[in-house]
Design a protein around this ligand. Sequence first.
Ligand code: PMT
Length: 403
Amino acid sequence: MLQGKKILLGVTGSIAAYKSLLLVRLLVREGAAVRVIQTPASRDFVTPLSLATLSKNPVHSDLFAGDTWANHVELGRWADVFVIAPLSCNTLAKMANGLCDNLLLATYLSAICPVLAAPAMDEDMWRHRATQDNLQRIRGFGNQVIPVEKGELASGLFGDGRMAEPETIVEFIRSILLERKDELAGRKALVTAGPTYEAIDPVRFIGNHSSGKMGIAIAEELAARGAQVHLVLGPSSLAVEGDGITLHRVTSAEEMHRVALAEFAAADIAILAAAVADYKPVERAPEKIKKKDGNLVLELTRTPDILRTLGGLKKPGQTLVGFALETTDGRSYALDKLRSKNADWIVLNTLSDNGAGFGFDTNKITIFGNDGSELAFEKKPKQQVAKDIVDTVIGRNPFVKRL
Ligand code: PMT
């Protein structure tokens, strides 16, 4: 619940502005006090009257009304969080460059609270280098950006650029306002992430499509709550942020196994999100294999099963979480992995769910516990999925009573 929390909502000119009405309603229902600032352009999409009625507060729009100056400093200081949803391409560019030609921007520049932005635009605008640079810039100023969703866009095209749903935005607000900092202080965590590459010869390998996003999000979430995290990351081009993360970059399943084994002994919690190759070539050719007529037969052998190894070594007090990535019969494979690998939890994601699994910014998971619990979650950004996983396995999820 957001009871008593003070939320300043900035609405900019985008077709997604209609969703800001739903957002205000959800926030007010949660008990939050909501005040709204609109840019002049946004009034073409949603009226001040609707926003004022739902928020139960007058809407602020102009820097000057008659001979009265709107106190943007007061608004910025009043709020516990300033949420800009939708964030248009135009306002994003102004935020990135410190422009100040309306009340929303003046308030943004003087706000001392956390700022959360939910962009909304057409896919081509979203993908434009200028937009991505501007996003990077406002992130660099300490603002948080809620990932856009894929779907039907105002242009009629289908792609990235839809504003996150109001429910998702509320979850981000909760995650900022409901403090979880330091709840894992003094705890040690091990996370595996990304793919592994098993060399065939000096130029080829057996690998998979994992980007590392899911595991990195989990490591960052654990670190944000104060844990000391060892992240064992297979080949991934992604950067890892967050104090408290010791990064071990590895390439093969064997290397990942070796580091995970070394770090597991001291870990209170281990979450294995890596997509580890199950097989590797029996021999790695010392030179590039030259193509010849006919087929090439590679003999493969099993790699170490890290989750199974750790399950065999697990001591009382340690929590072991595995993933299951399936294409069919997800539930039964996940339950089988829970038992056979001696895990406490298995997080199932299935490639048949749109927007789940490899590479996406979102995932859709079901978590199975060894106490028989089974929790299905909606599709969400991976950062939110990471929060759900951590909440669940450390006992913060209100639907699970354990630990
Ligand atoms: O990295 P992203 O692009 O964000 O994608 C995320 C993801 C899809 C990779 C992730 O969400 C995921 O599902 N990770 C597990 C992928 C997998 O290999 O699943 P599995 O069902 O094959 O393995 C089951 C469990 O055993 C996993 O915890 C895996 O890390 C572990 N395992 C598997 C093989 C092996 N040799 N050693 C292991 O530890």
